[in-house]
Design a protein around this ligand. Structure first.
Ligand code: GLU
Length: 470
């Protein structure tokens, strides 16, 4: 099995592209085949080196490694031209000199009679003299592939048989006037020369497939097997796009998703096991993945599910690994105090391990541990808790009691607070809620006794004093 991932370097690697790469990679691994990376950069205006780098980096981050390539189509133009020449000589392709205005008028006519292709084939039989006249008038030709009447059937591994009427495909362009091959042409030449056995790509390419099959037949190539993966939609059932939030893999790297979790999630976009297993490691995927279980129906991208899955992977990390990963996110904390003891940092991470969904969450939620009291931000709900009647008196008492504690551990702190509640004849929650607000600036946090112990007596008294002053 030889499969390929063939991105156009005109932007970042998005979720859909990453899923295509992953499915190809899984199959190559499963069958001890080869996964080939081919950069389709024949659109010189839109392709950038930066984009190539982002795509390679994103694939590497996901652990999707290639056995061959990256091949660059821009370095293979001479090869495509040879095949263009062959088709021209065999009268299977021809030069077309139509201007954009002429083509527009033809398209308009085709719209009015739906059984006509967008291009009517008028340049098919130009004489040499006519061609020379156009050229001396400054027109630059394109090369079109001549389609013969008939039907073309795509045998798709996922979608079954799909039949297209050749007439509607129209004589399409294979070489542009700037001398570059079109996607369909370069793609099928490379698939043949790179001996690709299975072409697995997004459903948005289905309409290209009959064109590629016809080209392949005209050149006497062996056809690969085709499989078109279902579309990915947002939760509102429209095709996933920037409107649904960020779709770039780079965004998920930034936000602190784990590559293992994202790979797991991408695998479930259109594929499932018979028992709907949700958490599947990469090595298990290599064994279990199969195109037979890829659905025809669109897949829905659900960020909440991805967050949940990522949280599950975070829970499964050993504390040292997670501490290392969180450490890399510390510089995202604004106004961070310069130093924190390693041992203490690990305890803080442990406190959040069960509740964070992403490493970015850790930064948000644990911020109060890493800033000075002066830089602590109070959410409005926290302020409401602190300004209730009688809260100042309670906070005053809590401060005194906590500052008298000789051992400052979660247990001794809990005992102290419960005792104080009894003395004041109030519920422990009436102390805990405002205390949490005063120390963290929020109305939610991990267990308050652990939080108090980890902040330490000095900061705890300092933060309570601060809210008492306001
Ligand atoms: N360059 C095409 C794309 O990025 C590749 C499609 C294919 O796999 O044939 O969509």
């Amino acid at each position: 099995m030889r499969v390929r991932f063939a991105p156009a370097p005109t932007g970042y690697l998005h979720l859909g592209g990453a899923r295509t790469a992953l499915f190809n990679w899984l199959l190559a691994k499963q069958h001890q085949g080869k996964f080939i990376l081919r950069v389709e950069d024949t659109d010189i205006k839109r392709s950038t080196q930066e984009s190539v780098q982002v795509i390679l980096d994103s694939l590497n981050w996901l652990g999707i490694t290639w056995d061959e390539g990256p091949y660059f189509q821009s370095e293979r133009i001479h090869i495509y031209k040879e095949y263009i020449e062959k088709l021209l000589q065999e009268n299977k392709a021809y030069y077309c000199y139509c201007t954009p205005e002429e083509l527009k008028a033809q398209r308009q006519e085709a719209l009015e009679s739906p059984d006509r292709p967008a291009y009517d084939g008028r340049c098919q039989n130009l004489s040499l003299a006519q061609r020379q006249e156009y050229e001396s008038g400054g027109r630059k030709p394109v090369v079109r592939f001549q389609i013969l009447p008939g039907m073309t059937t795509v045998n798709d591994l996922i979608r079954g048989e799909l039949t297209f009427d050749n007439k509607l495909l129209g004589d399409f362009i294979i070489l542009k006037s700037d001398g570059m091959p079109t996607y369909n042409f370069a793609c099928i030449i490379d698939d043949a020369l790179m001996e690709i056995t299975h072409v697995i790509r997004g459903e948005d390419h289905i309409s290209n497939t009959p064109r590629q099959i016809l080209l392949s037949q005209a050149l006497g190539f062996k056809l690969p097997i085709f499989a078109h993966l279902p579309l990915i939609l947002g939760t509102d059932k429209t095709p996933l796009s920037k409107r649904h939030g960020d779709v770039a893999i780079g965004h998920y790297i930034q936000e602190g998703y784990l590559p293992e979790a994202l790979v797991n999630y991408l695998a479930l976009l259109g594929w499932s096991t018979s028992d709907s297993q949700q958490i599947i490691s990469g090595s298990e995927l290599v064994v279990k993945f199969s195109l037979e279980r890829v659905s025809k129906n669109p897949a829905i991208f659900d960020l909440e599910k991805l967050r949940w899955l990522n949280g599950e992977y975070i829970k499964g990390l050993d504390i040292d690994t997670l501490t290392g990963l969180c450490g890399k996110y510390l510089n995202k904390i604004e106004n961070r105090k310069s130093k924190i003891e390693n041992r203490k940092f690990k305890e803080i991470v442990r406190l959040f391990q069960e509740r964070m969904r992403t490493l970015g969450d850790f930064v948000e939620r644990a911020r109060f541990f890493f800033v000075d009291t002066g830089s602590l931000v109070y959410e409005p709900e926290a302020m409401t808790l602190l300004t209730k009647n009688g809260v100042s008196e309670i906070m005053e008492q809590v401060k005194t009691k906590l500052s008298q504690l000789s051992s400052f551990t979660p247990d001794s702190i809990e005992m102290c607070i419960r005792r104080l509640a009894e003395e004041l004849r109030i519920k422990a929650a009436d102390i805990i809620h405002p205390l949490r607000a005063a120390l963290t600036g929020s109305k939610v946090s991990p267990g308050i006794f652990e939080v108090v112990a980890l902040l330490g007596k000095k900061i705890v008294t300092e933060r309570i004093s601060k809210v008492l002053k306001n």
